[in-house]
Design a protein around this ligand. Structure first.
Ligand SMILES: N[C@@H](CCC(=O)N[C@@H](CS)C(=O)NCC(=O)O)C(=O)O
Length: 222
């Protein structure tokens, strides 16, 4: 059965879907789209996702978009190597952290980064700095989830790794490049300020399939 994942290189949402496919050991064809070239707004792509976004997974005759929905689909279709645990308590806690990442860290990050990327930051400096401060506070929260374990929900990687890692990697990469007067992203050095989180990132990077999901243009720039 043909399986295709449409992605934009460096999109943390698409990266989530790619990590989920990789951790489940599922083969797929990755089709790279370029937002700047209008690839996400073609009639063909809009027929896959009317919002013109990635990720979109086409698995045989099933098309699913929205990164968390893609994970839910993969979990039901391919339950081996579960991403949402094996017991009701595990599933509840994994979903809890997945929703917390999306609802707090990602929401604050969007509030800080969107006006910068869209060059609409003038007059919003205080709001942007507040959102960056919220992002910073979330590092301590997500690090506390580790609680001495190798992975967020215990000894094996789950959907929490898949949902969280791409955003932390993106913040570490993009944060230091933001040079806007009046805006202080205040991105921490994970290794010195959040050593458990930094060690967790290294463990995620060593997982089978991680390299194949890595954003191609980041690799080219390395
Ligand atoms: N809530 C969506 C967000 C997806 C999203 O915002 N994707 C962005 C890339 S990060 C996108 O496709 N933008 C369209 C474009 O850049 O043309 C999800 O979780 O999948």
């Amino acid at each position: 059965m043909a399986r295709t994942l449409y992605f934009i290189s460096g999109s943390p949402f698409a990266w989530r879907a790619m990590l989920a496919l990789a951790f489940k050991g599922l083969e797929y064809t990755a089709v790279e789209l370029h937002g700047s070239k209008g690839d996400t707004q073609t009639p063909e792509h809009l027929s896959r996702n009317s919002r013109g976004k990635v990720p979109v997974l086409v698995d045989g005759d099933v098309t699913v978009y929205e990164s968390i929905a893609v994970l839910a689909y993969l979990e039901r279709a391919y339950p081996e190597t579960p991403l949402f645990g094996s017991t009701p308590a595990e599933a509840g806690h994994i979903w809890q952290w997945v929703m917390e990442v999306d609802g707090y860290l990602c929401a604050a990050l969007a509030g800080a980064a969107r006006p910068i990327f869209s060059q609409t930051f003038a007059g919003k400096e205080d709001e942007i700095n507040e959102n960056f401060a919220k992002v910073r506070a979330e590092f301590a929260t997500v690090e506390s989830w580790l609680n001495g374990n190798d992975f967020m929900a215990g000894s094996v990687p789950t959907a929490v790794e898949v949902i969280l890692y791409p955003h932390l990697a993106m913040i570490a990469r993009i944060g230091p490049t933001i040079k806007v007067p009046g805006i202080n992203p205040n991105i921490p050095d994970y290794a010195t300020e959040f050593p458990a989180l930094a060690a967790w990132m290294k463990r995620v990077e060593a997982l089978p399939g991680f390299d194949a999901a890595y954003p191609p243009h980041w690799r080219d720039a390395a």
